[in-house]
Design a protein around this ligand. Structure first.
Ligand code: SF4
Ligand code: MSK
Length: 635
């Protein structure tokens, strides 16, 4: 396999990340296979790629013909529209489940901290606690932290379990957006109910109207964006601190040859927080020194990495498509993972370099990895053990070590609160300067560019080219997840990158001293973009709903079902959302017309697709201009 891949792949064609290129070359020399090789050797199934097949029952699996989509139906009679809508719905359900289960774990932790059962974590950001409580109508005046926190826990728990009525953060949705949702019957109840209903509806023989299925997809996705994800972000801020801008090094050069290198990769901040304590534990630091190391070097990857980078300035080594490549350095003494976006392929690469790959979450074991269960009630038990294993591996290093000498310093940690503060003035009114700069045209609009990297497209390339085009056209870019790391590696998250922006955006960046690309954190922190959008509506001058804003979203290299859920909650919130690489749909079907046009006519946003980042930029800028014109601010 690898031999064949060697002939087929030019490393420069599969990633623009220099460090990943260097490591893929080393992997080739050492006969190590990665997802890039497997992607080259496994053509994506064309029927599945078009979402023209169904395996929802044993009368099938059935496959229709994407070239003649109405030429036949499934054995049960399901049409192409039903099949596509159901497949799409199940992606939304799975993605929303991932975010909301993560959010619920954060709420569980919060409850245990508030009732005193967990002492290792505490409420770190009391201001944020008060602010979140007030945003959903909890009385805070003359009340203790414990009283407020207890009420907040009870309220936020409803985000998951509420059987009827609207979830708590529906109160944060701009009135006109909420009105549209109410009219359509898509204001979410608790996520458990929405996901359960969506799975029920997509069972054989239940909901067989693509429009009705898609309505429930919207409701479920909204339970993610304005529910599970938003709660995860807010609780994490309350417990671990709200990020503020901080200079951080990104890229594989953050590994240190003379230190014990521990990588944490995944999505939950609690294990990573505990690891931060463990790597600073004096007895473990001494043990590392006794083993001949200069110290213990903690590094993040993927989304928990993005979160810890934003909060604590922990260096970040790379995004999703670099997680196998970094093991090839030979310098990783332990990779500790929790949930989401952990490739099973890490096991064999880690094995080649005798790096312990350690799973920690009860939901996510991997065959061949070592499992050390993480328990919030005694967090350091797990993370200390990981560090001990890493020290042992350091002592017995045998692999040839080669660390790419590349580090890119950038400014990360722009929470929505900080954007408020940075753009001037008191809370609430403080989005006014952003709105003013949009109204006066210095900033043309705002774009969220987010999401994964995917071996079906040159790693980082579409992210970087898209963002370059957008800022050149005076569009302020907000980023999260792996996309943020793609741009950080290219130096865009620095105030100095303002010179790459158009004249208006450049002037604003230079005045405020901010980068033209603002990094907001992990995938669940896309909820920060929703809150920022709501604030922009509330401040005024840019219409009455999120759909009125000169704004657009994109995930140019997406790969996960979570990305589809995120895309659908942005669309349902009123945002034009453009995906790249591929889209699971047959063009010109009724379902395609619904997603790419009909939803907008119903008062929501709509989907767009292009595999070409320049075309994506054009589509987004055209949309922003269309909204500016509608607002009468196009001159
Ligand atoms: Fe085929 Fe219908 Fe069964 Fe799907 S649900 S596999 S279309 S028979
Ligand atoms: S980690 S969902 S690859 S952004 Fe959040 Fe990155 Fe996408 Fe996973």
């Amino acid at each position: 396999m690898v031999e064949k891949a060697k002939k087929e792949l030019n490393i420069k064609d599969i990633t623009i990340c220099d460090a990943t290129q260097q490591m893929l070359a080393k992997a080739r020399r050492e006969g190590v296979e990665t997802a890039f090789d497997r992607a080259a050797n496994m053509k994506a199934c064309p029927i599945g790629a078009d979402s023209a097949c169904c395996k929802h029952c044993a009368m099938g699996p059935c496959r229709l013909n994407a070239k003649d989509p109405y030429g036949k139906v499934g054995v049960c009679g399901a049409t192409i529209d039903t099949i596509q809508a159901r497949n799409f719905a199940r992606m939304v359900a799975s993605g929303a489940a991932a975010h909301t289960d993560h959010g619920m774990a954060m709420v569980d932790l919060f409850r245990e901290v508030v009732n005193g059962h967990i002492k290792e974590y505490r409420i770190k950001d009391v201001n944020k606690l008060v602010q979140v409580a007030e945003s959903i109508g909890i009385e805070t005046e003359d009340r203790s932290v414990k009283e407020i926190a207890t009420d907040l826990y009870k309220e936020l728990e409803r985000t998951y379990t509420q059987v009827e009525g609207e979830i708590p953060f529906a109160k944060r949705v701009p009135e006109k957006t909420l009105e549209v949702w109410r009219k359509m019957g898509i204001v979410p109840r608790g996520a458990m109910r929405e996901i359960m209903e969506l799975m029920h509806r997509t069972h054989i023989g239940v909901d067989q109207h693509y429009e009705n299925i898609t309505k429930q997809s919207s409701r479920t996705a909204l339970a993610d964006g304005w529910g599970g994800s938003m709660v995860a972000t807010e609780i994490s801020d309350i417990l671990f601190g709200t990020p503020t801008p901080i200079a951080v090094d990104v890229n594989m050069g953050v590994l240190k040859e003379d230190q014990v290198n521990v990588i944490v990769h995944g999505h939950e901040p609690n294990m990573f927080e505990s690891m931060l304590v463990s790597v600073n534990e004096p007895s473990l630091v001494q043990a590392a020194k006794d083993a001949g190391a200069q110290g213990i070097n903690l590094v993040g990857m993927c989304c928990s990495g993005a979160e810890m980078m934003s909060r604590h300035g922990v260096p970040h080594a790379g995004n999703f498509m670099s997680t196998e490549a970094i093991l090839v350095t030979g310098a990783v003494d332990a990779m500790c993972v929790d949930i989401q976006c952990i490739k099973q392929g890490l096991v064999s690469v880690a094995d080649c370099y005798k790096t312990p790959l350690i799973t920690t979450n009860t939901r996510a074991h991997i065959e061949g990895a070592t499992h050390i269960e993480f328990d919030d009630h005694e967090p350091q038990k797990c993370t200390d053990e990981v560090v001990i294993k890493a020290i042992q591996r350091f002592k017995n290093r045998t692999a040839a070590i080669e660390i790419p000498d590349i580090r890119n310093t950038g400014i990360h940690g722009f929470s929505h609160e900080y954007i408020n503060y940075m753009l001037g003035g008191s809370f609430r009114a403080s989005y006014a300067p952003l709105n003013d700069n949009i109204i006066n045209g210095r900033i043309r609009g705002v774009a969220g560019v987010v999401g994964c990297t995917n071996p079906r497209i040159k790693q980082d390339w579409a992210h970087v080219e898209l963002v370059k085009e957008l800022i050149k056209k005076d569009v302020l870019v907000l980023q999260t997840g792996c996309s943020q790391i793609s741009l950080a590696k290219e130096g865009f998250l620095t105030p100095e990158a303002a010179y790459l922006a158009g004249p208006g955006l450049k002037e604003v960046c230079e005045t405020v001293g901010m980068p033209p690309v603002l990094g907001l954190g992990s995938c669940v922190d896309n909820s920060r973009i929703l809150i920022a959008a709501s604030e922009m509506v509330r401040v005024g001058g840019l219409g009455n709903s999120i759909a009125d804003l000169p704004a657009a979203g994109a995930a140019p290299e997406w790969m996960s079902e979570k990305a589809i859920s995120i895309g659908q909650y942005f669309v349902a919130s009123g945002v034009y959302t453009v995906f790249g690489t591929t889209f699971p749909i047959v063009e010109e079907t009724k379902f395609h017309k619904l997603l790419f046009d009909g939803l907008e006519q119903q008062g929501l946003g709509k989907w767009g697709f292009s595999a070409d980042p320049y075309e994506m930029a054009r589509m987004m800028v055209d949309h922003i201009d269309k909204k500016r014109k509608a607002l009468g601010i196009d001159k």
